[in-house]
Structures are given as C-alpha cells and as structure tokens.
Write a protein that binds this ligand. Structure first.
Ligand code: FAD
Length: 439
C-alpha cells in the first residue's frame, strides 16, 4: 500500500476528515482512501464536534479570509443538490458590542458580494421578527447586524449524508480507535495502529482528530521517541456546553421562522453566545459562554488538556454550573419569554482550539507522510463543503502562500488574551461537588 500509488488514511470523520475524503475520492476515483473513526458514522451518539443537532452557517466574519471561505461554502449549501437539503437560510440577528457589523459589511463590499445585510439601530432591530428579541440584553450593544442570507444546517444529518456519499464513491470507512501513529526507522509516518493491535498503512496519514489530536500526538511521541510530534502550545482541547428546550405548539409557531441569534461581546468581556432556531423536533438550542479546558496527566509528568477518558468523552454528564450557563444564555436572548422553558437536554462538545482561531491545515514538520487538518476553534463546521478542497491543495503543495502560512503547523501565534473564545477555566473547577455519605 505504501509503494507506488499514493494512498490515504484519514483519522477522524468530522467535517475536516469527511470533507477531505470526499474531495479526494472525487478527484481521484481510483485512490485508496480510508476514513477511520472510533464511532460508526451512523451511530446514535458520537463524540465529534461536527455531529450535532445544528450549526450556524454564515460568512459574517471580520476576517476577510473566513468571510470569503464562508461565502464559497454557502454557495454550495445553497445551490448544490447534495448539500441543499440540510441548509436553512433563516438569516442571522447579531447584537454587536464592537465594530463587528461594519467590518462584516466592509468585507462583503471588498469581495464584491451583494447580499441582504445591514447594521440596524437597536430600536428598529427590536421590532424585527415579531419582536422575538425585544427582551434580549442590549447592554453595551452598538447596533444589530442583520444578514438575511445566513442561517443554519442540520449538522449531524449532513455529516452522515456526505460520509455515505464518500463511501458510495469508494472511500473505505473503518470503525476503530487509533492508539498510535506508526513510523519507520527514518521517522517517516507509514500508518496507524488500532487499539486492538491492527496496523493500517498508507503513504499519507492525515490527522483530523479534533480535540483528541494533542493526546494522540503525545501517545505517538512516547511510543516512537519522536518528541517533536507533540502539539505543545499549538493546540488546546476545549469544551463548551450546549442545551435545548422543546417548544410547545404555540411557542413553536412564533419561533419557527426565527433567525439565528448571536450575542457578540469583546475579547475583554467574553465569548459570543448563540441561539439556533428550532429543529424539526421543535428544539431550540443555545451554546454557553463558559469555555474550559481539561488539563490532565496524559503520561507520567506530561500534562495537556484533553477530553475526558470515557469513550463518549462524558459528553452527556453535564455539571449543574454548566447547565446554569445555558439558562444564562436563554435569559440574555429571550428574557421573560423563555423564563418558564424547561431546559431538558445538555451536551458538552469538545473542539481543538488555536490562539488565533485559525485552523491547522499543514504537513506536520516532525515526520514525512504525516499531515494535520483540524482545529475548527469553535467555528469550523460551516466550511464543511470546501475544507477538503484546501486540504488537497495542502497535500499537493498548491495552497496559496497566504493560506499556507495562516494554517501552518509552525507559525507565529498571537497571545490568547486577544481571543474571546480561548478556553480559560478548568473543567475540574466546574464539576458538581462529590457527596460522600457518612455511614
Ligand atoms: C458547542 C459547539 C458549537 C459549535 N457551533 C458551531 C457553529 O454553529 N458553526 C460552526 O461553523 N462551527 C461550530 N462549532 C465548531 C465545529 O463544530 C468544529 O470546529 C468542527 O466540527 C471540528 O471538526 P473536526 O473534524 O476538526 O473535529 P470533530 O468533529 O470533533 O471530529 C473529530 C473526529 O475524530 C475522531 N477521533 C479522534 N481521535 C481518534 C482516534 N484516536 N481514533 C479514532 N477516531 C478518533 C473522533 O471520534 C471524531 O469523530 C461548534 C463547536 C462546539 C463545540
């Protein structure tokens, strides 16, 4: 498998991995492409951040690179029959406490893109959408960015459909936990070893392992002795809570056509919070404001942030303080309207973060044959249709110098204090107190 024709093992079937597999098999229908994940792609519950009820799809970015990338992805969501069923163009209602609205509008202009978006004064905005957001917290808000062309996607369904399509086109899907990467005597990566001891080989091994990436690299550094494999300060595993309420029939009628809601803050005051329109199951979703790491000893003397060790990352075991975070989000969007809503479902979702929130799409500098494509940094899902196109360009050395530098494994990294979404708290400080019974 490693000699002759190029072959590919992609570890991780989230948006980075599936998009890569899909683009590879479309471009090279005879290629050997293997997608490995610990969870089956149609499992009832998965650990992938990409597997979710829904995700915001937007090009509303103050960074022009992601604005352009968002537009490219959104064009596919809007017009390609494969992707279209999963996209809902409901619009977005973004309460801005900085110059964000103007920056987004300027970026659309610079890119020559006409769209129905504007910065609306608060008084006027409050009356929009039947006054759904008139009870929101507008403290410090300068204006509201309303972009009628943004929206959301049914994330889990879309992920499953594109994976199925890639498999139909010839991608091999293997359900297995990868224990370590495998290296030859010269330190070249030639494959992976599963937790049950099986070895898979290919000329290219691509890590799309999300929040698990630092742990896999630590374990592989330990078993191979290649210490430069470690992610170090490049990647931090972080968790965020999401929660849902099921709306009753009458409330659903009112909220069914709502836009995505965003409460935007500044780097000093905290991360942005979102509320997504109800799904077919009438469930309205929020994500919270508390973003945390989970620093643990991965190997003797080595401490990194990583998802909890349970096979499901303990994602359904949500402590009271994090449930409270969702209640807070409910309040700053809907105030008295949502005061009596029952918040029934909660989940902790783990993603890989970089200090600049830029992805890593790059060869790994410590080993030939090893590549990294992940670090969605809490905003990667919406680029699903196009991520693989750029991963292929990276593999083929044709990524533009600007993107190659922005997404490089080794690059200048800004101080995380400038990043509102950087995980700051420790999970251990958020857990429920353990009750010990006195006999
Ligand atoms: C609460 C929350 C809300 C978000 N909302 C949005 C949003 O609205 N819009 C948006 O654009 N983005 C959003 N994001 C960000 C987005 O979900 C992520 O950036 C993106 O999904 C990351 O994709 P990925 O492929 O890198 O990782 P993942 O989707 O996490 O996939 C990684 C995969 O690798 C597998 N894996 C890892 N290690 C191994 C191993 N050793 N062996 C086998 N398999 C392995 C895992 O099982 C997993 O399936 C949100 C993130 C969170 C946490």
């Amino acid at each position: 498998m490693t000699s002759g024709k190029p072959s590919y093992i992609i570890i991780g079937a989230g948006v980075f991995g599936v998009s890569t597999a899909y683009h590879l098999i479309k471009k090279y229908p005879d290629a050997s492409v293997t997608l490995v994940d610990r969870d089956a792609f149609d499992a009832d519950s998965r650990v992938a951040a990409s597997w979710d009820w829904n995700k915001v799809v937007r090009a509303d970015y103050d960074d022009i690179v992601y604005c352009q990338l968002g537009l490219e992805a959104q064009d596919i969501f809007k017009f390609d029959p494969l992707w279209k069923p999963y996209f809902h163009e409901t619009g977005i209602y973004w309460m801005c406490r900085s110059e964000y609205a103007q920056d987004v509008i300027d970026n659309y202009k610079k890119l020559g893109r006409n769209a129905d978006l504007s910065a609306v004064p608060i008084d006027e905005a409050r009356k929009m959408y039947g006054g759904l957001f008139d009870d929101a917290d507008y403290t410090g808000v300068k204006e509201v960015l309303v972009n009628k062309t943004s929206g959301w996607a049914a994330a889990g369904d879309c992920l499953q459909a594109i994976t199925r399509k890639a498999v139909e086109l010839g991608v091999k899907y293997v359900t297995a936990e990868i224990a370590t990467l495998q290296f030859d005597d010269r330190g070249r990566c030639y494959g992976v070893k599963t937790a049950t001891g099986e070895t898979l080989s290919a000329s290219h091994v691509i890590l799309c392992t999300g929040a698990f990436t630092p742990k896999l690299l630590e374990l592989s550094a330990e078993s191979s002795g290649l210490t430069d494999l470690r992610a170090g300060p490049r990647i931090l595993a972080g968790g965020i809570t999401e929660g849902l309420t099921q709306l009753d029939d009458k409330t659903y009628e009112r909220f069914a056509a709502m836009p995505v809601g965003v409460q935007g803050y500044t780097a000093k005051t905290g991360p942005f919070i979102g509320s997504l329109p109800p799904t077919d199951g009438r469930e309205l979703k929020w994500w919270g404001q508390t973003i945390f790491k989970n620093t643990q000893e991965v190997l003797p003397g080595r401490h990194i942030s990583m998802p909890p060790p349970e096979p499901d990352y303990a994602q359904w075991k949500v402590p009271g303080r994090l449930k409270e975070d969702i209640r807070y989000a409910n309040n700053v969007f809907y105030g008295s309207k949502g005061a009596n809503w029952k918040l029934e479902k909660h989940r902790i979702c783990w993603d890989a973060f970089t200090t600049s929130s830029d992805f890593i799409i790059s060869p790994h500098s410590a080993s030939e044959g090893l590549y990294v494509a992940t670090c969605g940094s809490f905003h990667g899902w919406k680029f699903f249709p196009v991520l693989g196109k750029y991963v292929l360009q990276m593999l083929e050395g044709s990524l533009s110098p600007k993107l190659a530098e922005k997404w490089a494994w080794d690059r200048e990294r800004p101080d995380p204090s400038l990043n509102a979404d950087w995980p700051r708290m420790e999970m251990k400080d958020l857990l429920d107190p353990v009750r010990t019974s006195k006999l």
